[in-house]
Design a protein around this ligand. Structure first.
Ligand code: NAD
Length: 430
C-alpha cells in the first residue's frame, strides 16, 4: 500500500535522496504495511548541520561543514557511520541514513538508521589536523549521540583510529566511560574482534551462499573490485584465500587488471606501505573495471557507479554491493532484465553493522567474545537473511533489492504501527 509522500519539487527529482525515497515507495507495493509507515519514513526525524572551525598546522583557520542525520529509531538507537569526503552533502547523508534504517531491519538487529559526514578531503589534512577535526565533530554532535540514542561508526575515509579519537572525545565531554557510543573502535578501546573485516566478510558469506546455489568452483570465478579500502581490500583477501581469481582492483587513483588473477597479498602490502596500488598487470580505470568480462563485480567505493549508461555493458553475473548505493534504479532494472543477480547494499554490506551490534552488546555487558564466536554469529545472520531474501525475490520475480526493502519495511512497520494507526483511532480500537 502506498501513502502519498512528497519529497520536493522538480529540482529535488535529481537529488539522491528523492531517488532513494522513490525506490522505497516502489518496493512498498510488495510489502504488507500500513500506509502511515511510508509517511513516517518519508523524512529523517532529525537533521543536524554543524560548522567546524579548525586550526590548521600552518596557523590558518578553516571551517568545515558537518552533518548528522537521525533517520528513524523505532527499532532501536540510531546507527550509522561517519564519512569524511569532499562530496558529502545533506542529500547523500540523508540517503545513507535511510539505507541504514532499512539495513538494520534487513539483518533484523535492534537499531534504527543514522549517518554522519564532514565535507572534507582528509587526504589534504595532516594526521594532527584529522584528529582535531574528528574531535571537533564529536563535540559538535555530542548532545544528540549516546549509547542508547545514536551510535556512530566508520565509513569512507574514517577508520578505527578516527573512532578512537571520537570515543575518547565523547568520554571527556560526558565525563564517563561510554565505549558503546561508538563502534569500529580499536580492540584496546573496547572494539570487537572481527569488526575490521566484518563488512567484507558479510559479503563473502553471501558469495558462499551463491557459490553453493550455482555450484561454482572458486578457481573458475573471476572477480573485479572497485574501491580498495576497508571493504574492498578485506573482500579481496577473503575471496583470494578461498581460491577465487581476483582479476581487477582499483582505488580513486586508478586500477590494475590481470585476466590470470592478481597477487592480492603483494598488492595489499604495497598499498599499505606506499598508499597506492603497485604497477602490476594492465592499468585500468575505475569506470572500465565495471564492465570487464568477469563473473562477480564488487562495487566497494561510492554511490551511483552502475547507471543507465553502463549497466547494459556489465558482464558480471553477480554484483555484490559492498558500497552503499552504487546502482541507480535504472541500472537495477536493466541488470534485472539481463538476469544479473544484484545483492543489494542493505544485505551485502550489512556485516559491518551486524558486528557493530556485537561490539555494542559486548561494551554493554563488559564481556568480550572470541573471534570464532563473532564469525559464527555473523555467518548465521548473513546466511539466514540471504536465504529469506532469495526466496522472496524468487517468489515475487523482483530484484533482490525490492525483496530486501519490502522485508525491511514490514519489520519497520511492526515497530512504527505498534502505537496505533489511523484505522485503530478512527474505529476507537483499544
Ligand atoms: P575506505 O575509505 O576504507 O575506502 C574507500 C575506497 O574507495 C578507497 O580505496 C578509495 O580510494 C576508493 N575510491 C574512492 N573514490 C573512488 C572512485 N571514484 N573510484 C574508485 N575507487 C574510489 O571506505 P570503506 O569503509 O571501504 O567504504 C567503501 C564503501 O563501503 C562505502 O560505500 C561505504 O559506505 C561502504 N560501507 C563501508 C562499511 C565499513 O564498515 N567500512 C560498512 C558498510 C558499507
Amino acid at each position: 500500500m502506498q501513502a502519498d509522500v512528497s519529497v520536493g519539487g522538480a529540482a529535488a527529482e535529481s537529488d539522491l535522496f528523492a531517488r532513494s525515497i522513490a525506490r522505497v515507495q516502489q518496493a512498498a507495493k510488495h510489502a504488507r504495511i500500513d500506509p502511515e509507515t511510508l509517511l513516517r519514513l518519508s523524512a529523517p526525524r532529525r537533521t543536524v548541520e554543524v560548522s567546524l572551525p579548525l586550526r590548521m598546522d600552518d596557523g590558518s583557520l578553516r571551517t568545515f561543514r558537518g552533518y548528522r542525520v537521525q533517520y528513524d529509531d523505532a527499532r532501536g538507537p540510531f546507527k550509522g557511520g561517519i564519512r569524511f569526503h569532499p562530496q558529502v552533502d545533506i542529500a547523500e547523508v540523508k540517503s545513507l541514513a535511510l539505507w541504514m534504517a532499512l539495513k538494520c531491519a534487513v539483518v533484523d538487529i535492534p537499531f534504527g538508521g543514522g549517518k554522519g559526514g564532514v565535507e572534507v578531503d582528509p587526504r589534504q589534512l595532516s594526521l594532527a589536523e584529522t584528529e582535531r577535526l574528528s574531535r571537533a565533530y564529536v563535540r559538535a554532535i555530542a548532545d544528540v549521540i549516546g549509547v542508547d540514542r545514536d551510535v556512530p561508526a566508520p565509513d569512507v575515509y574514517t577508520n578505527s583510529r578516527t573512532m578512537a579519537w571520537m570515543a575518547d572525545e565523547y568520554a571527556s565531554v560526558v565525563r564517563e566511560h561510554a565505549p558503546g557510543v561508538i563502534t569500529g573502535k580499536p580492540i584496546g578501546l573496547g572494539g570487537s574482534l572481527g569488526r575490521d573485516d566484518a563488512t567484507a566478510r558479510g559479503g563473502y558469506y553471501v558469495l558462499k551462499e551463491i557459490e553453493a546455489l550455482r555450484d561454482w568452483k572458486p578457481s573458475e570465478i573471476r572477480v573485479a573490485i572497485q574501491g580498495f579500502g576497508n571493504a574492498g581490500q578485506h573482500f579481496a583477501k577473503l575471496v583470494h584465500k578461498d581460491g577465487y581469481r581476483v582479476v581487477a582492483v582499483c582505488d580513486s587513483r586508478g586500477g590494475v587488471y590481470s585476466p590470470e588473477g592478481l597477487g592480492i597479498r603483494q598488492i595489499i602490502e604495497h598499498k599499505t606501505e606506499q598508499g597506492r596500488l603497485p604497477d602490476v598487470g594492465e592499468k585500468i580505470d575505475g569506470t572500465a573495471l565495471l564492465t570487464l568480462d568477469v563473473d562477480v563485480l564488487v562495487p566497494a567505493a561510492l554511490e551511483d557507479q552502475l547507471t543507465a549508461k553502463n549497466a547494459k555493458d556489465v558482464k558480471a553475473k553477480v554484483v555484490i554491493e559492498l558500497a552503499n548505493g552504487p546502482t541507480t534504479a535504472e541500472a537495477d532494472a536493466i541488470l534485472h532484465d539481463k538476469g544479473t543477480l544484484v545483492v543489494p547494499d542493505v544485505l551485502a554490506n550489512a556485516g559491518g553493522v551486524t558486528v557493530s551490534w556485537f561490539e555494542w552488546l559486548q561494551n554493554r555487558a563488559g564481556i568480550y567474545w572470541e573471534l570464532e564466536e563473532v564469525h559464527k554469529k555473523l555467518r548465521r545472520t548473513m546466511q539466514a537473511q540471504f536465504r529469506t531474501l532469495h526466496a522472496r525475490m524468487t517468489e515475487l520475480g523482483v530484484p533482490m533489492r525490492t525483496a530486501a526493502y519490502a522485508t525491511a519495511l514490514e519489520r519497520l512497520d511492526r515497530a512504527l504501527s505498534a502505537t496505533g494507526t489511523a484505522k485503530d483511532f478512527q474505529k476507537g480500537r483499544r
